[in-house]
Write a protein of this length. Structure first.
Lengths: 117, 200
């Protein structure tokens, strides 16, 4: 068989294949089944979207509440220490350490036993 | 186009009645194409529903109503390709796969029947489907769209999103592979099975 005749035969075969295939219409249940599938697939994303919206709303409310608390004058006066207070609280352990050292010194000078209090 | 652009626009905006009209207009054509692409009449409706389901959920991504038809064909090709890939290993019994003894027995059984037009059509369907089953799903779908469905190169360009020259090369190679399988079927030799990585 030559190349051209093979090509021609294949073309004819494919053309007759189209004619040999029956028309398919899907039947009367096609549309109801399709809508059933659409609705069943719609429910999951819809729930997810609603859940995500709820999460976003709650987060937004929490953020607003926190920022109001953080920047309110009441919080600044009572809860947050001033710069001087903060420095003071940082130096307190140092003062205590000096006090302890005084006690150690006094123990050495009297020849007694060194005791750490 | 089987429908107005305004109908597509309405469906895009969420009008279910417009979507229904689109499905009714294209149902027969798409199901026919699917039946020739996958070659299994019992599964045509399921694949068709998958196509229209994908259409419903991705209609919002359609940029212009003018490209609706190639876009629908693209959804059809993708659904058919997914189906063929999923069912590649499903056992399938066709006349051409049976032994000579089994064919003789089947012939003897069918001898009493009249060989009418429907029987001939059935044989053609079976032969072509077996032939196309010997090449890769990509070759099978491309060749069916071009030679059986009658899509032009311009249509195929828009379906596959590749230029005409690349398409011609793919078509040529696909045709050569089908011709090879055709020759083997004529000489009675079985062609080698299609490889997964036989992309053109």
């Amino acid at each position: 068989m030559t190349f051209d005749s093979r090509e021609q035969k294949l073309d004819e075969l494919l053309q007759s294949y189209r004619a040999a295939c029956p028309d398919v219409d899907g039947g009367t249940n096609f549309m109801p089944r399709l809508w059933q599938k659409i609705e069943s697939r719609q429910t999951v994303p819809f729930r997810m979207r609603r859940f995500a919206q709820a999460i976003v709303s709650v987060t937004a409310v929490l953020c607003m509440g926190m920022s109001v608390l953080l920047f309110s004058p009441l919080m600044q006066n009572s809860a947050l220490p001033s710069y001087v207070e903060a420095l003071d609280s940082m130096h307190q352990p140092e003062v205590m350490a000096y006090a302890d050292m005084d006690e150690v010194d006094s123990g050495l000078s009297t020849g007694g036993e060194i005791t750490w209090q | 186009m089987l429908i107005d652009f305004s109908l597509i626009q309405r469906a895009k905006e969420g009008d279910d009645a417009a979507y229904n009209e689109i499905v009714q207009a294209y149902r027969k054509r798409i199901l026919g194409t699917i039946s020739r692409l996958i070659g299994r009449p019992e599964d045509v409706e399921d694949v068709g529903q998958e196509v229209f389901l994908r259409l419903y959920f991705s209609l919002g991504q359609l940029r212009a109503p003018e490209v609706f038809e190639p876009w629908l064909y693209r959804l059809t090709v993708n659904a058919a390709y997914d189906y063929i890939r999923r069912n590649k290993r499903r056992p399938e019994s066709r006349m051409s796969d049976l032994s000579e003894l089994q064919v003789q027995a089947a012939d003897a059984n069918a001898g009493s029947r009249v060989r009418d037009d429907e029987v001939k059509k059935g044989e053609i369907r079976e032969f072509v489907q077996t032939l196309l089953g010997k090449v890769s799903p990509e070759d099978r779908i491309l060749l069916t769209l071009k030679e059986v469905e009658g899509l032009s190169l311009k249509d195929l360009e828009r379906v596959y999103h590749i230029n005409e020259n690349a398409l011609k090369v793919r078509l040529f190679r696909a045709r050569q592979r089908v011709l090879k399988a055709f020759d083997s079927s004529q000489s009675g030799l079985e062609p080698p099975p299609a490889k997964d990585d036989q992309n053109v």
